[in-house]
Design a binder for this molecule. Sequence first.
Ligand code: B16
Ligand code: MG
Length: 220
Amino acid sequence: MTDIRGFIFDLDGVITDTAELHYQSWKVVADAEGLPFTREDNEQLRGVSRRESLERLLKDRPMDEAKKLDIMTRKNDIYREKLKTITPDDLLPGVRTFIDQARARGIKIGLGSASRNAREVLGSLGVTALFDALGDGHSVVNTKPAPDLFVWVAGRLDLNPAQVIVFEDAEAGVDAAKAGGFKSVGIGHANVSHADFVLELGLKDITLQRLLDIFKPKGA
Ligand code: B16
Ligand code: MG
């Protein structure tokens, strides 16, 4: 095992909770299109791209590309309006302290979010400057559960995956971390039990030192 030199954080569900805003936005367009969509359905959209979200929402219902683009644009316009309400108070508990402590220890910090709005959200949260590398929905072609986004961020941090812990709230995100050879911490209790370690209550539930101890190489 290698010493941990970097952390890559997912955004929605790890640093802040935009899932409800995604839900409300998809709900408006789903209702307008007569597509059934519930909060439970929304859980299946965690961590997956906007396009994959629409595909899951449609299930097997056929739709031409122009219509899909129209729906994705409408959803995003609504979502971006809602993002205007985000402030530093929307950081999830424990996040700021955890990242500050990690930086003080020389651990490099990356973002690995599927969202194309991630930079704006980080800015509204007032935490952009804490990140050494930002990977978002514009960074790579293959989205989670492909490992590409996390590998791209690790490259920017000049680290190997084995030196990095990925923090993820989504099944697809933990799958991506594992596929890339990263260590993983699952946040929450929705389908992340295959992570190396699970924090049901989020980053407020652990100190930096304890987490590093958990991932310390055996015998070190
Ligand atoms: P956008 P994450 C993901 O964020 C959300 O969990 C997911 O619900 C959303 O579809 C995806 O971002 C794309 O977002 O429409 O803003 O590009 O968890 O990867 O930070
Ligand atoms: Mg997420």
